[in-house]
Design a protein around this ligand. Sequence first.
Ligand code: SAH
Length: 571
Amino acid sequence: MIGLISATAAGAAARDRLAAAWPGRTRVYEGGPAGESVRESVERAFAECEQLVCFLATGAVVRLIAPLLAGKAADPGVVCVDEGQRYAVSLLGGHGGGANELAAEVADVLGCAPVVTTATDAADVPGLDTLGWPVEGAVAAVTRAVLDGERVALRSPGGVWPLPPLPVNVSEGGDGDSVLRVTDRIVELGAREAVLRPPSLVVGVGASKGAPVDEVLGLIEEALRGAGLSALSVAELATVDAKAAEPGIVGAAERLGVPLVTYGAQRLAGIAVPNPSGAPLAAVGTPSVAEAAALAGGGELLVPKRKSTPEAGAGAAMATCAIVRRPPRGRLAVVGLGPGARDLLTPRATAELRRASVLVGLDQYVDQIRDLLRPGTRVLESGLGAEEERARTAVAEARAGHAVALIGSGDAGVYAMASPALAEASDDIDVVGVAGVTAALAAAAILGAPLGHDHVSVSLSDLHTPWEVIERRVRAVAEADFVVTFYNPRSRGRDWQLPKALSILAEHREPGTPVGVVRNASRADESSRVTTLAGLDPATVDMMTVVTVGNTATREIAGRMVTPRGYRWQS
Ligand code: SAH
């Protein structure tokens, strides 16, 4: 919840705009019936909310929150907006409290400028506490060393994890005055050492009905401690379906802050384990719950099944657990960059480009977004063609544990890299797709409303598809009266396909059917025109162009192409 506090009429107006923009996310604190003071509002919001937006001077907020500060981990993120609403200042909890992001979001809604002063953001290096993983130790000192260009040794004994790009002064294997460890092991930390906790451990849990949370949690913590493992690296608890709602297990997962994953008894019964037993077989239908559930997703059994110690006089042990370490999983993001314009690149695409330590793509697309990449990003660019090789490279880098972004223009899944990449990819990597604005949509928005009814896309490139197949599809499009957008319509070596396709359409549509031609949609040299089936000169079309042909109901109205939503115009 985001608490909103204001003191003046201007502040209250801005506050209300924010509250209206974010329904359900905010709570307004204002003088209640008893006439709460601004100080009291801030105190209450500070205690009750994860984040605060104060429409107050920074000085006033500093004085009000100073006595309330408890520490980086506990304090809410605080953003201040000035009386003129020119700035959204991230004042407290820039990383941990999310105030930097909140300042950017507030700035978006109110149309002001975000102000962020935390060092890592200013230098465009990811803060150690922003990776989404827990971090312990001398975080501030190591972050400063990373930023200052000092030598920092990265030690990741468990293998390569999909970290975001780190600058060149952070090196694996090398020496350093500071050390950044990536491990699930409990380690002695020196004065200039920090440790990132990767999500590597899965704890399988079994429990009899009514097992207390404390007994389950106590068992898990003891098992972790005994094996020298950090609870912060636990990625999930796992159990059998029948125990999905067992309060002791559900409660333990909640207290650890991890999801509970469950498997069917039959699936668990098929997993080879070192310590099967008769009791769970009789109760839930599998000879192993804890070990089998922990092993179900693969990995190495570090702690075989152990039983809880019941409270004195409380009878039999009620819980079992086992711990498995999963190998690191790389991450492949398949990212569509949109048609060209920066403001048609989605924020999600930007985030994935900055999350990746390896970027794979066609050189001209890399140029489109190079300024967004973080320092230290390894860029693997190649020229036209080489598609299969790019796909293979991206998958291989992800399988080696890296965070990879494979980029494509428009939507990366439309006549582009997603298919060859995913045809290569195995289930040992995580894949994330980010939708992009495809050329047909970018062009349609320029032309008017040509896609108002059923429509298809057809690529006229016969490099990968025999022309007979393409022609059959164009014929089907013509007969079914679809609006059609032609991708790859014409190149120097392929000049007869577009006229042929248009002639097929002309057998079913009037010569006056509107046709939209858009070249370099949303790019600097964008051009477009609306013409007709009979009037289109194919020589004006090239590979930077899409051609959209209307259906029998499409009209040109005021120079724009409009396809009615029904086949009869409503007057
Ligand atoms: N993945 C891309 C399409 C790749 S196929 C997408 O979703 O948009 C390449 C063809 O797309 C080009 O020959 C051209 O027909 C079309 N195209 C891509 N970007 C375009 C743009 N900005 N303007 C017009 N056509 C474009």
